[in-house]
Ligand binder design. Sequence first.
Ligand code: GLC
Length: 672
Amino acid sequence: MIRKYIYGNPFPTDAIIRTFPAEEGTPTYGNISTDEGFTFTYTMDEDDIVYGLGEANRGINKRGYCYISDCSDDPEHTEDKRSLYAAHNLVIIAGVKTVGLFFDYPAKLTFDIGYTTSDTLTVSCEQADLALYVIDRDCPYDIVKEFRKVIGRSYIPPKFAFGYGQSRWGYKTKEDFRKVAEGYRKSNIPLDMIYMDIDYMDSYKDFTVGSQFDDFAGFVQEMKDDHIRLIPIIDAGVKIEDGYDVYEEGVENNYFCKRADGSDFVAAVWPGDTHFPDVLNPEARRWFGDKYRFLTDQGIEGFWNDMNEPSIFYSKEGLEEAKEMARRFANTDPSNWDGSSGGEGVGVWQLGDKLRSLANSHEDYQRFYHNVNGEMIRHDKVHNLFGFNMTRAAGEAFERIDPDRRFLMFSRSSYVGMHRYGGIWTGDNKSWWSHILLNLKMMPSLNMCGFLYTGADLGGFGADTTRELLLRFLALGVFTPLMRNHSALGTREQECYQFENTEDFRHVIGVRYRLIPYIYSEYMKAALSDDLYFKPLAFVYPDDKMACRIEDQLMIGNEVMIAPVYEQNARGRYVYLPEEMKFVKFLPDGSISEEILPQGVHYVDIALNEVPLFIRKGHCIPLAEPAECVDVIDTQSLTMVGYQGAEYVLYDDDGIHKDYENEENYKTLNMK
Ligand code: GLC
């Protein structure tokens, strides 16, 4: 049962696609106050667990910290951060009373989940203009399923997108891309995609390719002939440059975000000064989306949308203020170094703070407007919808470009609703061990909010990776629908062939390809029935107190549990089995070890070049023969691993078109 409560005059976000009548009165759970902005408070029982929030910091159980939905380009995902790139405003309280709450509000929203007071959940925002959906079911899993039904079917990528991809900020020329392709093919490490970061463009201009890519269509085909898809990035900001068609058309048709005085807002991002396409304006959204044709016409089948919080390095106004402050700092007497003597003096820290706050400043988000059906809406009031609508622009355009085909699309910033148009990657993580665990913890929460096609930058984006860290990161990535190795300019090169003993990488990534029939099947079943691909153990074993508190193991589909290694120098780990399971290890010589382990805690050995998984009692999963790209996986000759006599229902299709409802896509396989 879902009940909708309306406060003030909510902005229509399009997160929920089913219409609900607004309830009279107040929700039966918690207390609401609209005296000063909006506040919802709820007293939690000592043992209540709180799920949700999608892409957010810390645990699967969100209790004990404060999180702020405020899409932010912040590449330092340290434990203290409250906002990341997304706003996924669903929480589920599970315990004595169980209830799901979705706060459909597109601006800054704070979830204090037992942070200020340990038994109190407080959700608050500045303006009491929102819709609150209260989902009443007996258990958190059912709440999720109910929620997922009303937000619409999750995005489904083409099957090649379940292959492995290599990315790095800094590939510039055809030769750079050929080197990566060759590096993988020569070492026989599987590969399906190479991602093109900003350097493929002409001066970082969206929908252009640099002159180094003469006959780009030919180059795209050359790569495809080797079963490799090139996946270019598209950034939110459109470079201001006379003669650049996207810029000129946008200005002429008023398709860019405006200042209060009607002029086009200027924000500096990678290309220097840019304008933001007004993706909340349906006409501008259509125009921007149609621009993807420039690349699809040349054979491109997938994209990643970036910098769409939107990220701002500085605005014209912010820069002027900073320059003025720097002038005053230059004139400040050195005895007043910290500015404490007052007057016109500016201290060194004040100047530092000002410079640091130039990027992604909330003041800038108040300086521009969207044209929503003729009404000018200040950006900060709808800030969390930008990435959603940039990706929606592309998704809606793909329907026009080729309605029968699937395109690969994922975004950095998102809001619930965007999950219908694309997946997300979890942004600029680091080559840190703690980020393997953070990656794992985010996955089920993201699934709850509809984001099924997700993954982190494997190996870590910022900082220098190590061979060991990359291998362990990949061993988790084997199971994430989006499996991509990506790193930042200037960091240690982390393509798998850069390290010694490449056969270990061939093996670990090879396991992914053996599992693709299963991973694809489970993904498709989850997407088609509004279910979860990743689940916390608690959703499967709700009566098992220990399973309910596990934060470093996950369930996949109905058959598998994973327990990745996330510590340096580990040779194995402790794992909790809520029931008897078969411990399966893919060994580097291509063989598989199988051992039945009873319910309970076990220490299991997991060498650096092994991929472990656990199959639930009475279940089995299909395995393909090793392959180096998705196109050549032989789905006709699958073998089964798991329990004798078990059955598995496999979903499969051509991976290109959208014939999802065809009953012939399902086939029952038996483990003899
Ligand atoms: C942003 C993206 C990152 C990309 C970089 C350069 O930081 O998150 O993935 O490599 O921009 O485009």
